[in-house]
Design a protein around this ligand. Structure first.
Ligand SMILES: Nc1ncnc2c1ncn2[C@@H]1O[C@H](COP(=O)(O)OP(=O)(O)O)[C@@H](O)[C@H]1O
Ligand SMILES: Nc1ccn([C@H]2C[C@H](O)[C@@H](COP(=O)(O)OP(=O)(O)O)O2)c(=O)n1
Length: 220
């Protein structure tokens, strides 16, 4: 009987290193890569673009608007209704507004269903990162990791990444306040049973990637 495709699930708070680590693991092991945070960001972009406020209108727009996300760890891209939003979803205005959209349970239900379809279609295996992957989206993944790092390290990393585009107060809001809001709908502050905690505070990116690759079944 053929083995099930390998699924590696990585959750964690903002700035813990999920995206860079997941991309690195996917490249090293030859797997696809799904950034579920990008899907919530794209939904928030759509809501901002159409200046929607009423929750029913928000849910309807997200349910009916096509979203296309690339699963190649070397060439990330995402579009909404044919518009490439790869860059736009990283803008501070989206970082500041995304939790308002991602904490609507009906929005989560829509995006979780799409995420499960994408995972099921990745027959060569996939690394999936987010906040609820180890617990809700793919709790049966063979490798389940909660990636953490001290708040000061996470703020410093995000600040370095954004350069002059956001001051310390904005970055702290993006990291700490957003985690507090996000953790009302997804349990990523503590590892669920069977989930391995990896603390990246004092590890380089390569060390984190190696550690997670080392958790994959050896016959890969
Ligand atoms: N182990 C690490 N050590 C130092 N910097 C890291 C490490 N992992 C990630 N980074 C850097 O921290 C920033 C945030 O990482 P990212 O992968 O976007 O985190 P997340 O997806 O959890 O928000 C990026 O600039 C990334 O290069
Ligand atoms: N599986 C997921 C992934 C992200 N989210 C939410 C939480 C975050 O505020 C946004 C954006 O996620 P993203 O992973 O891009 O955030 P950061 O890289 O940490 O800045 O989406 C979620 O609720 N569930």
């Amino acid at each position: 009987m053929k083995d099930e495709p390998l699924i590696i699930a990585i959750d964690g708070p903002s700035g813990s290193g999920k995206s860079s680590t997941s991309r690195g693991v996917a490249r090293k092991l030859g797997l696809a890569y799904l950034d579920t945070g990008a899907m919530y960001r794209a939904a928030a972009w759509l809501v901002a673009e159409r200046t929607l406020d009423d929750p029913a209108a928000v849910i309807d727009a997200i349910a009916t608007t096509p979203m296309d996300i690339a699963l190649d760890p070397a060439a990330f891209a995402i579009s909404v209704d044919g518009t490439d939003v790869t860059e736009a979803i990283r803008e501070p205005r989206i970082s500041a507004s995304v939790s308002k959209v991602s904490t609507i349970q009906a929005v989560r239900d829509i995006l979780i269903a799409r995420q499960r379809e994408l995972i099921a279609g990745a027959d060569g295996g996939i690394v999936v990162e987010g906040r609820d992957i180890t617990t809700v989206v793919a709790p049966d993944a063979q490798v389940r990791v909660l990636l953490v790092a001290d708040p000061a390290a996470r703020i410093a990393r995000r600040q370095a990444e954004l350069g002059g585009r956001a001051d310390h107060a904005q970055v702290t809001d993006q990291v700490i306040r957003r985690d507090a809001d996000d953790s009302t709908v997804a349990a990523f502050t503590e590892a669920a049973p069977g989930v391995t905690v990896v603390d990246s505070t004092h590890l380089t990116l390569d060390q984190v990637i190696d550690r997670i690759c080392g958790m994959a079944p050896v016959d890969r």
